[in-house]
Design a protein around this ligand. Structure first.
Ligand code: ATP
Length: 295
């Protein structure tokens, strides 16, 4: 029988990860003889635990947390060039990766479904020297979303993101970026850029209608400059899932993109965390991650 590492972020989502332990152990014990359990305490722990699991020759890692915790595990896997299998028990606030992979929500359902999963190879994004699994967003709105406190997320869930994002949308100042796709360079004034590997963004399904976790593409939306009324219209279209039909938005599908700006303080959000400095070299690594998904 095989062995696995179970990583639990006890602060993700409603901060109930530790309470799920008995159920998870019972589900995993049908598949694994040895199950090591580790709790994260801070940023970087999940990547560090992953590195150790690869070194210890575990066959799989199960991750209980949100997209930020999954991103750390993915960094540990890809940076170590490992084929270790990843199981996702979605217990964050938005859980876009799980939604895209049709992993049942909430976490209790995903746990019950562990026996009915098999391996699928999916894409990973690379941004400069790091990796991401879901989303890069540039602008003040993503920064506002990132600044939502753990207590607000625990109490209000995805609603806390929406309210903070909408509040900032009205104060949003446009910014100028140089975007290079397929050797074609464009200077654009925009208020928001969203780049995703999946169809679900900020827990809203079909943000990118055609995106698939294994299609080998980065999906990118460049919004025009917007102010008060424009922001309200876009927020509404995002909520009702019709944003990708908006003619004012430029939608790109690419394998590589470079984004530069002279606005030194322009915020970048990578899978929910503030990271990286411009210029951004972003590319897709097709089918490099083995994840458990429902049959
Ligand atoms: N014990 C802990 N207490 C507080 N923060 C932690 C702890 N362990 C990890 N973290 C932080 O949690 C972040 C990841 O949270 P994660 O994204 O998984 O949950 P979330 O923000 O609730 O969900 P989502 O990304 O779906 O919105 C990591 O970047 C890390 O900084």
């Amino acid at each position: 029988m095989e062995s696995c590492l179970l990583i639990i972020n006890p602060s993700s989502g409603k901060a109930n990860g530790a309470e799920l332990l008995p159920k998870i152990l019972s589900a995993l014990s049908t598949r694994y003889l040895d199950i090591e359990v580790r709790y994260t305490k801070k940023k970087g722990d999940a990547e560090c635990f992953t590195k150790q699991a690869i070194h210890d020759s575990h066959q799989s890692i199960y991750c209980v947390g949100g997209d930020g915790t999954i991103k750390e595990v993915v960094n540990g896997i890809v940076k170590n060039n490992s084929g270790i299998h990843l199981g996702i028990i979605p217990n964050g606030t938005v859980n876009d990766v799980a939604r895209s992979l049709k992993i049942p929500l909430p976490a209790e359902k995903a746990i019950e479904n562990i026996p009915n999963t098999s391996i699928k190879k999916i894409d990973v994004g690379q941004v400069n020297d790091d990796y991401f699994i879901s989303l890069i967003a540039i602008g003040g709105i993503p920064e506002a979303i990132q600044n939502v406190s753990v207590s607000a997320k625990t109490r209000w869930g995805a609603l806390s993101y929406l309210v903070n994002g909408a509040r900032y949308a009205f104060r949003q100042k446009p910014f100028r970026v140089r975007v290079t796709i397929n050797n074609e360079c464009r200077v654009i004034e925009t208020s928001l850029i969203v780049l995703s590997l999946h169809n679900s963004v900020a827990s809203m399904k079909n943000f990118f209608h055609t995106a698939k976790a294994d299609d080998g593409f980065l999906h990118m939306m460049i919004f025009p400059k917007f102010r008060l009324i424009g922001a309200a219209v876009f927020v509404w279209k995002i909520i009702i899932g019709s944003i990708s039909n908006d003619k004012a938005i430029s939608i790109e599908k690419t394998r590589h993109v470079e984004i530069e700006t002279e606005s030194a303080s322009l915020p970048i959000n990578v899978d929910g965390d503030k990271e990286n400095q411009f210029p951004l070299q972003i590319r897709i690594l097709p089918a490099v991650l083995s994840v458990f998904v429902p049959f």
